[in-house]
Structure formats: C-alpha cells, structure tokens
Write a protein that binds this ligand. Structure first.
Ligand SMILES: [Zn+2]
Length: 456
C-alpha cells in the first residue's frame, strides 16, 4: 500500500508543480530549439458538413523547399501565399509560434487567370479496405459533365473565365491501412507514386483530387488547399457529390467560408452581441447550399472586375444594374464602408438564373448584404436584413420599401424598387447624434430612420 500513497503524493506534487510553474517554463523543460524561418503560407482546410465543423492546418514552405507545420495558440489571420517570417520553437517539422513573432513580409500577388483548369482525380483504396465505390466514369460525369457538375458551376460563376476538365484514374491500392489514423498526406503520396508508374505526373495539372472510400478515421468530408503552387490539392472522403467538390475547389481559389450573422432583433450590431455561423450562408457554395458564390468571393476570385463595383460614400439613390449571375457591363456590386470594424458592406442582387434557379422570391426580389474585410481568404458574413422574422425564414434580403439600419455607423439602406435585372436603393449617412444639437436643440438626436422609407 505504501507505494500507492507515495505515487499519489508524487502525482499531487507534480500537479502542484504544474499549476505553480507558468506554462512557458514547462514548455522550456522540453527540448526545443528556437528557429527563425521565412516562407510562404499554405493552408489545408478540412470540412465536416454534418457537424458543421471545420479547421485549418497551417504550413510554411521555406525558400529551401522545406515544409513546416505551424502551431499557434489561437486561430491566426494568415493569408495563403503571403510571405511571412516567424520565430518559434522547432521540433522536427513543426514550429510553435507566438502571435508577436510573426511578420508579414509580402502579401500575395493576385492569381493569374486560370482559364481551363486541368484536374487529375486519383482514386485509391487500402490494403485492408479494397472497396471501389465508384467507377471512373461516374466521377468524371459528376465533376466535369453533368448539368450540376462543378465544371458547369464554375463556368457560370466566373462568367466563362474558368472551366474544369481532366482525368480520373485508379483504383490504386496503396500499401497503407485506413483503420488507425487519418494519414491522408502519406496516403496521397503513396497514391501519387502509383499513378506516376502509369505516367500520370501531378505536376502537369492545376488541381489534384485524392479520392478514397469513406473512412471513419477521417472526421471530415473533404479537405482543400489554400495557397501554394499548382497542383493545389483536394482530399475527398468517399462521397461523389457535386456540392462537396465545388466547395473544396472553391477553397483552392483561396476562398474561405460564407458565414452568417445573427444579431437578434437587429440586422447589425456590435459583434459582441451577434452570433457568427461559419457556414451559415445558405445562398453560397462556400456556405451550406449549392448556389452562386457571393459578391465578395467573386471579387476575390477576380471574376467581378473593379469597374463593376461602385463604392458609395455619400447619401443618394443608387442602382445595381446587373444581377450577380450575369456578365456585367456596369454596376453589379455596391460597396459601403463599415468604419467600426474596418470592413465594407457589399450589396448584390440575385435572380433565379442557373445555379440560383431555385432561390425563393424573398431572396431574388431584393438586395442581399454581406460584410467582408477585403482579404481573399477571410470569411464573409451574410446580414439578415429582416431580423424580425424567424432565423430560418430564408428571407435575409431587403424588399421594396424595407430598411436596413446600422445604428453604430449611422448608415441606412432602403430598397426603393426592383425589376428583372436591377434593384434601386437609397443610402443615407446620418449625421452624428449631436451634429446639430447646439443649433436646433435635442430634436436633432431623433432622426427616425423610418422616414427614409418615404423617399422614392
Ligand atoms: Zn470549407
């Protein structure tokens, strides 16, 4: 019995020591060297659509071609393809980094226009699991040929700038098992080596998709690579599903998720009073439905040109002349600064066209509003402009006569009218509360935004 008490006492001492000693010191007891490395940011993003959970793994590709996994305490704001310098504790190929020890040296250049993307799909299975759930023809059809194929989706979204075509090869049986850990990196390397024996070199492609039979050890449906030289990589966990491919391909354009904001009975508020849902945008493939990418994402991808984006800086009546689904030759997006968060509002007009065909009238007869900070790999936030209706009413757009009001920045947006192709709004920048106080007394405090509805 004695040893038992001794070991309990030892455990208590150890716990006390761990509590007493700051984390940093405990950290230093392990054998780490400090390293300073400069290189390019690559993000591997994984999606589990069932639990609505996603996570990012951060990598640094050094000038010498080494890859390091970067481990941060929180979730850092890193831009794929930017060049950064970090200092941290290195252990093998992993570096633990403190936020202050990260310097951004250069932001990424915009992607060159990728017109026809060549895609290689490598189907592989495992020594312990040799299922072949799909034929190459089926995956080929789903990705490139079907009406709802990602090929059609991206052609329509990019106004013909991007298309997908390629090869589907396999099945290859790799010399690994899928019953212990989700070693997707090792698996894909092994699959690549088998493909190379058949003269398929991944470097001849812009994207490579590794497709394997659904494996429970991987707790995600798909993974996509943001940043890095072609081929950018995608891993698919057993599901031959158009929306999943399109979502992961979207990530390879360095686009992040389309989320939504729920600020209770207000359309917008201090973010401390709002709940952000990471993939809560139901009108965007980077959210949770197979619809067009929103205006910020199309701008980030370079498919909407700056000439089609009109920035509004003073009160007045403004019109969006081209719906989001159509090639524009004039204003397609309106942009308004949101000074309290250093972001912008982006206003777009959806119509029931193509992949937006099944959207309800509540969405296709009004202005949709998103918030975005202008960084390509940042998440977008869909605003519910009708916060008084139920959360899942699918009516987040403005309608004729209805009003969006940002009380913090004192901006109001009222939809005046809409037709087949265009929507017209009135934007008002209200003066600060006490702007006229000295002259006309406290009445200046009470400018009712609702009076703006009468403007036509
Ligand atoms: Zn995702």
């Amino acid at each position: 019995m004695k040893w038992k008490y001794a070991s309990v006492a030892f455990m208590l001492l150890l716990i006390a020591a761990l509590i007493a000693v700051p984390n940093q010191t405990v950290f230093a007891l392990q054998e780490y060297d400090t390293a300073e490395v400069e290189g390019r940011v690559i993000i591997i993003h994984s999606d589990d659509f069932i639990s609505q959970h996603s996570e990012n793994a951060y990598y640094l590709e050094s000038g010498e071609g080494d890859f390091y996994r970067l481990v941060f305490r929180g979730d850092p704001l890193l831009i794929p393809d930017s060049i950064i310098r970090i200092r941290g504790k290195i252990s093998g190929q992993q570096i633990s980094v403190d936020g202050e020890n990260l310097v951004v040296i250069r932001l990424p250049e915009p992607d060159p226009a990728d017109n026809n993307l060549r895609v290689l799909v490598i189907m592989f299975n495992f020594i312990n699991d040799q299922r072949k759930p799909y034929l190459a023809e089926q995956i080929n059809y789903t990705l490139f040929e079907g009406t709802f194929s990602p090929n059609n989706f991206f052609q329509e979204n990019s106004f013909g700038k991007v298309s997908l075509s390629g090869d589907v090869i396999g099945w290859y049986t790799i010399d690994n098992t899928n019953d212990v850990t989700c070693d997707y990196g090792l698996w894909s390397q092994a699959a690549e080596e088998l493909a190379a024996k058949d003269n398929y070199d991944v470097n001849n492609y812009d994207r490579v998709i590794y497709f394997f039979p659904s494996s429970e050890v991987c707790n995600w449906a798909g993974r996509g690579q943001l940043g890095g030289d072609p081929p950018r990589k995608i891993w698919i966990n057993g599901e031959n599903w158009e929306q999943l491919y399109a979502h992961e391909i979207g990530h390879t354009f360095s686009l992040h998720h389309s989320g939504s904001l729920d600020c209770g009975f207000r359309a917008i508020d201090d973010y401390a009073n709002c709940i952000f849902s990471e993939q809560g945008d139901s009108y965007d493939v980077m959210g949770n439905r197979y619809h067009h990418l929103n205006a910020p994402h199309k701008i980030a991808a370079g498919w909407i040109s700056p000439e089609s984006v009109q920035e509004i800086a003073k009160s007045g009546i403004y019109t969006i002349y081209f719906p989001l689904e159509a090639q524009a030759f004039g204003t397609q997006v309106l942009k308004i600064a949101k000074p309290d968060t250093n972001e912008h509002y982006f206003l777009e007009y959806r119509r029931p066209i193509g992949f937006d065909d099944l959207l309800s009238d509540a969405i296709t007869e009004g202005t949709l509003i998103h918030v975005w900070d202008g960084i390509s790999a940042s998440k977008t936030k869909l605003i519910d402009a009708t916060p008084k209706t139920k959360k899942y009413a699918y009516d987040e757009a403005l309608s004729d006569g209805s009003l969006f009001y940002d009380r913090i920045n004192r901006i109001s947006i009222t939809q005046l009218r809409h037709d087949e192709d265009s929507v017209t709004i009135y934007v008002a920048f209200l003066p600060p509360p006490c702007y006229l106080c000295d002259k006309i007394g406290p009445i200046g405090l009470f400018i009712d935004p609702n009076i703006l509805q009468q403007v036509s």
